[in-house]
Design a protein around this ligand. Structure first.
Ligand SMILES: Cc1ncc(C[n+]2csc(CCOP(=O)(O)OP(=O)(O)O)c2C)c(N)n1
Ligand SMILES: [Mg+2]
Length: 658
């Protein structure tokens, strides 16, 4: 280990971070200054990676959970020679167009493994990465060839550990013995408001030990110790490791280090000058020549390591052509067609139940689909066929995941699994608990990850469980999230298509909103509905030719209400549109929209949720919605009590036509 080169690397991280934040007049110098030594040794000595091929499948992953310290990551990527992270990006840190965004953003620059900044989610995503590694290793390694063998590293701060999601994810990781997960804790006792003594005095080590982690301690400023502790973490084959590194926030800034002032504000010109003098930084955006030399030598080493792996992979491919075909299929990013379940009009099936049949069929055709529920495997109906097995530390090739009752971590872990590559992930809970996982859904959408969220029990038709379990505002609140696709199929046939639509998506997450209650499969007026549904809506009922007298837009179980209401008004030509995805439909060209909902035609909406968003399609008095929390009782009685019935819709239709 070249200590001088590592010291000069840490110096360069400090120099770049001080200047980038100062120039942007915005940013967080505290973490990169305080943890620069870890950056140097992690990227220089510990990580198995190759900047010339940042997508190398068997690279170690590093997730900066404390995403506010983004200059830590950008400095290291630049120093290592990741081509995406140029000096121009660094000198334009936090400006529009720079790859060095305020917080690391997945997709902006190769080498950024995950978007981070929402504290705590990085730890959970790291758990997901580590899970994915075990899954692929179990499936593809052979006695002769170990082609999947990498570690997942993360760096977290006090904030990540205060967030509840770290508890969910770390408890899960300990239970599942994710020994190739190594989390460094930047233990500086400072957050934005000041000392951690204000609000965080728990025994972190004791807590992690109780989760079943190996807990190690050392100094952030002792390279040999960090190397030794990391080796100890790797040697532990039964537990994840937390390496607590005592550190000084903003180290090197003579007047601001060890204070909250340096957490998230530029040093200011005077303190920049003092810090430079103190550290021995000779100029702007300084990179020490020793660091440069060190990393150019490393680049050759890294290339060789990856080259060795490529040779191993080629030999493995040669000997295991079938496994190789599966590897390619799993990494292709496209879903294989499945033998979908067939339903016929008149069948009474809950869409959650139909969804399970579709999921099982799709899972059989797509070996890379893994997932589970937050202790609601049965109620959400998201079990996998028996041959898919269960993912445990003993059976890592298994595909059904018992996440436990940890919705938020479940969703963030699914993001990690998806980001890792090679796998598709899904997860499930009751729709009413969508807000327990919402910040992770947002991250799926932001990171363009095709995670599938199965949210069942999607309305007041849940019945007896009552108001706490009946979603009312959730559909509307999910629909407003950019790049999230919400699909609410109206019967079993639509549900199978919805699952296919979710699998076809590669650039963002999908919510499948499914019913608890049985729904009768209805005949579809549009013979081509299986294609038309991909526009977000199709004509489910079409009375005769020509323009209808009125159009009812309905979603999910309320399509049945709309169909029944339309039948009751025998003297009017009423079209029923099943709108499986409002936002998808609204993104269609006008010609497609107008063909389904003719402009100028009276349009009504029926959905068992708040009206918000539907004003685009119907006048307020023509929207049959639910504007209050639900009631406990049998579903039909609750619906009657709340006015979500065929008669109520008939009443609306008649009222408007007078
Ligand atoms: C979920 C979430 N809540 C709040 C914030 C705002 N925030 C950013 S950094 C920070 C303090 C973090 O303290 P610590 O992790 O100790 O970082 P350090 O100050 O040591 O760099 C807070 C509250 C956030 N980014 N994410
Ligand atoms: Mg801190």
């Amino acid at each position: 280990m070249n200590i001088t080169a590592l010291e000069k690397t840490a110096l360069s991280v400090r120099a770049l971070s001080i200047d980038a934040v100062q120039k942007a007049n915005s940013g967080h110098p505290g973490l990169p200054l305080g943890a620069a030594e870890l950056g140097a040794i992690l990227y220089g000595e510990l990580l198995r990676h190759d900047p010339s091929d940042p997508a190398w499948a068997d690279r170690d992953r590093f997730i900066l959970s404390a995403g506010h310290g983004s200059m830590f990551l950008y400095s290291m990527l630049h120093l290592c020679g990741y081509r995406d992270m140029t000096m121009e990006d660094i000198t334009t840190f936090r400006q529009v167009g720079s790859r060095a965004a305020g917080h690391p953003e997945y997709g902006m620059a190769a080498g950024i493994e995950a978007t981070s900044g929402p504290l705590g989610q990085g730890i959970a995503m790291a758990v997901g990465f580590a899970m994915a590694e075990t899954m692929l290793a179990a499936r593809f390694n052979t006695a002769a060839h170990t082609i999947v063998d990498h570690y997942t590293y993360a760096l977290c701060g006090d904030g990540c550990l205060m967030e509840g999601i770290s508890a969910e994810a770390s408890s899960f990781a300990g239970h599942n013995k994710l020994n190739k997960l190594i989390v460094y804790y930047d233990d500086n006792n400072i957050t934005i408001d000041g000392s951690t003594s204000l609000a965080f005095t728990e025994d972190v080590a004791g807590r992690y030990e109780s989760y079943g982690w190996q807990v190690l301690r050392g100094s952030m400023y002792d390279f040999a110790e960090i190397a030794r502790l990391t080796a100890q973490a790797k040697a532990e084959t039964d537990k994840p490791s937390l390496i607590i590194l005592t550190s000084i926030i903003g180290k090197g800034s003579p007047n601001k280090q060890n204070t909250a002032d340096i957490h998230g504000a530029p040093l200011g010109p005077d303190e920049v000058a003092l810090a430079r003098a103190n550290l021995g930084i000779p100029g702007d955006f300084y990179i020490a020549p020793e660091a440069k030399e060190y990393f150019s030598a490393k680049q050759a080493e890294w290339k060789k390591t990856r080259g060795d792996w490529e040779a191993l992979f080629a030999a493995w491919s040669q000997e295991n052509p079938e496994k190789r075909r599966e590897w390619d299929a799993m990494h292709s990013g496209t879903a294989a067609p499945a033998q979908l379940p067939v339903f016929k009009p008149g069948d009474a099936v809950a869409t959650r139940t139909a969804g399970n049949k579709a999921l099982c069929a799709i899972a059989l055709a797509n070996n890379n689909l893994v997932g589970g529920a937050a202790d609601l495997k049965g109620p959400n109906a998201v079990g996998l066929p028996a041959e898919a097995g269960t993912w445990t530390s003993q059976t890592p090739a298994g595909r059904y995941i018992y996440f436990g009752i940890r919705e938020f971590a479940m969703a963030a872990m699914c993001n990690g699994i998806s980001l890792h590559g090679g796998l598709r992930s899904y997860c499930a809970t009751f729709m009413v608990f969508a807000d327990y996982l919402r910040p992770a859904i947002r991250m799926s959408a932001l990171m363009k990850q095709p995670v599938i969220y199965v949210l069942t029990h999607d309305s007041i038709f849940v019945g007896e469980d009552g108001a706490t379990h009946q979603p009312v505002e959730h559909l509307a609140s999910l629909r407003v999230m950019p790049n999230l696709r919400v699909l609410r199929p109206a019967d079993a046939e639509e549900t199978a298509e919805a699952w296919v639509m979710a699998m076809e998506r590669s650039d963002g997450p999908t919510v499948l909103a499914l019913s608890r209650q049985n729904i009768t499969v209805f005949p579809k007026a549009d013979p081509d509905w299986q294609n038309t549904i991909r526009t977000g809506a199709y004509i489910a009922r079409q009375p005769g030719d020509g323009t209808p007298d009125a159009v009812i837009i309905a979603t999910g179980s309320e399509v049945g209400i709309a169909l029944a209401a339309a039948e009751k008004l025998t003297d009017a030509k009423i079209r029923v549109v099943s709108m499986i995805s409002k936002e998808l439909f609204e993104s269609q060209p006008a010609a497609i929209r107008d063909a389904i909902i003719p402009p100028g035609t009276r349009t009504l909406v029926c959905e068992a949720g708040v009206h918000n968003g539907w004003e685009r399609w119907a006048k307020p008095q023509d929207i049959l919605s639910v504007e209050r929390y639900g009631e406990s009782g049998p579903a039909a009685k609750v619906a009657e009590h709340m006015g979500m019935t065929v008669d109520a819709l008939v009443g609306l239709l008649k009222a408007g036509s007078q």
